[in-house]
Design a binder for this molecule. Structure first.
Ligand SMILES: [Zn+2]
Length: 305
């Protein structure tokens, strides 16, 4: 072996593991569910969604946080059993956050109306967390909208900080609710073929959504941020979250808590105000004067079901 070849091998053996590490950097994602106890339905439906979603999170070993709309708990003579649905999340080791009392629309309410609804939405959740020795930490904006004007946005951000809340951002924004609606309709009709078609399309769509935001993250930050995924507590996720988790594992994801994800420095970047509910990746890009890249859309036939 000549000196040149030996030197090359030496440099290669030092660099290769570093290059390899860069390529295989573990992807990480925090899974969050909005509109607890569930997006639609009565107690029976809420219970079905809670039981099945939690069972799938357990078997897939995925830690999660659920964002609550407490107005859904207040059913005459049935309050306790509705509250018990939220307790199930904590008993399984998951976290809970505030998503306003009535899922109030920020665009149609004054700052006073909005914050009144926000504060009203923390009562039961706070109590349940306190029983476990935990504190209510996270707030998720309805429709991911942070304020119709810059003044409103700033005032609300200050209000949340004063109340001790951390905003729960979302990098992986998506339209799971459109698939959920189609899926529930197909299920009601007892159409198994259509249900399967919708679920396959849903997993493919989510895979494309992840690819989109992974690429966007690398383009903008130079690496893949610890992602935060928004899902809803609905029937399609209750029945098929395991398939979603398996798809993500295949993409190289490890599941982490929201708290862990927020340790990524990117979440401290300035965010642009937007009247739309946008991914935080887009907000950071807009704040730097960059243009957004629209995410992949769902297949058109889904909306016709
Ligand atoms: Zn919501």
């Amino acid at each position: 072996m000549n000196m040149q070849k030996a030197l090359f091998l030496l440099v290669f053996s030092i660099l290769f593991p570093l290059i390899g590490y860069g390529q295989n950097r573990q992807r990480e994602v925090a899974v969050t569910f909005d509109d607890l106890p569930a997006t639609h339905g009565n107690y029976t439906k809420y219970k079905y969604i809670t039981d099945n979603l939690l069972a799938k999170l357990r078997t897939e070993k995925v830690p999660a946080i659920g964002f609550v709309n407490e107005s859904k708990l207040f059913v005459y003579a049935e309050i306790d059993k509705h509250i018990a649905l939220l307790k199930q999340w904590l008993d399984e080791g998951h976290d809970l956050g505030n998503h306003t009392f009535s899922h109030i629309s920020i665009d149609q309410s004054t700052f006073e109306q909005y914050t009144e609804d926000l504060v009203r939405g923390e009562t039961v959740t706070k109590l349940l967390l306190a029983e476990k020795g935990q504190k209510l930490k996270f707030y998720r904006h309805t429709q991911l909208r942070t304020g119709p004007t810059e003044e409103y946005r700033q005032k609300l951000a200050d209000f949340l900080t004063k109340k001790g809340y951390k905003t729960a951002p979302v990098t992986i924004d998506n339209n799971d609710y459109i698939f959920a609606l189609a899926y529930s309709r197909a299920k009601e009709k007892g159409d198994d073929v259509l249900q399967k078609k919708i679920v396959t399309a849903y997993i493919e769509y989510m895979s494309k959504i992840f690819e989109h935001f992974e690429n966007l993250s690398v383009e903008f930050l130079g690496y893949e941020v610890k992602q935060t995924l928004l899902l809803h507590a609905n029937e399609i996720n209750a029945d098929h979250f395991d398939k979603l988790a398996q798809m993500l594992r295949k993409r190289g994801y490890k599941f982490i808590t929201l708290e862990e994800a927020l340790k990524d420095g990117a979440y401290k970047l300035p965010e642009a105000r937007s009247t739309r509910g946008l991914s935080w990746l887009h907000r950071w890009m807009l704040a730097k004067g960059l243009e957004m890249k629209e995410e992949p859309s769902e297949p058109a036939w889904i909306r016709g079901i």
